[in-house]
Design a protein around this ligand. Structure first.
Ligand SMILES: [Fe+2]
Ligand SMILES: [Fe+2]
Length: 197
């Protein structure tokens, strides 16, 4: 099967796999990503494809995510074994490629690490990352995210940093550790944005 050309085509392919709540979340992320693509002059078609594909496996249960990781020979860290939901990005990227639905390496990479971010992320990947965090339902559940939504109009990297700072503080307050990759991403963004980029 040739890869999906655009967001609408991928949406049709994914529909049978997704519970309705997830379809609605993805639709909202796509809408925010569309705004961000326009503001920041990004390739809208590709940003929307990444946004559409990002949560293909978000509906899997924890045991199913661990089983899928074993099937795909994906290395699972101890952190991920305790929080299998973190595997839905890497596994989703593998699945999209294996099904022949997506073959764009930059988009697959954006999907792979959309939960934690990555120090070397590209603007398209940051657009997906930020859109996923501030879609309206999440904003409603956690109003502190408003600061991320305000910043995203000016800088995707500064918006991502604000999100990672908020998450770090929240987890620290709950006595929980942050994902090591999220912490590396946060440190890299802090350095870059302090350098005035
Ligand atoms: Fe996700
Ligand atoms: Fe998501």
């Amino acid at each position: 099967m040739p890869p999906a050309e655009d967001r609408d085509a991928l949406r049709v392919l994914m529909a049978p796999d997704l519970p309705s709540g997830l379809v609605e979340h993805i639709d909202r992320v796509v809408s925010v990503a569309e705004v961000l693509a326009r503001i920041h002059g990004l390739d809208e078609r590709r940003v929307l494809l990444a946004a559409q594909g990002h949560d293909l496996l978000r509906g899997l249960s924890k045991p199913d995510l661990l089983a899928a990781a074993a099937t795909r020979s994906l290395e699972v860290t101890e952190f991920e074994r305790n929080e299998p939901v973190l595997l839905h990005g890497p596994l989703g990227a593998i699945e999209l490629e294996a099904r022949g639905w997506m073959d764009d390496p930059e988009l697959l990479e954006a999907i792979r690490w959309h939960t934690t971010g990555r120090p070397d992320y590209t603007p398209i990947a940051w657009a997906l990352f930020v859109a996923d965090k501030v879609e309206p339902a999440k904003l409603e559940r956690w109003p502190a995210l408003e600061a991320v939504a305000e910043e995203m109009e000016h800088s995707l990297e500064r918006a991502a940093l604000r999100y990672l700072d908020l998450l770090h503080d929240r987890l620290a307050g709950e006595g929980k550790p942050s994902h090591p990759l999220a912490e590396r991403t946060r440190a890299a963004l802090r350095e870059r944005t302090a350098a005035g980029r």
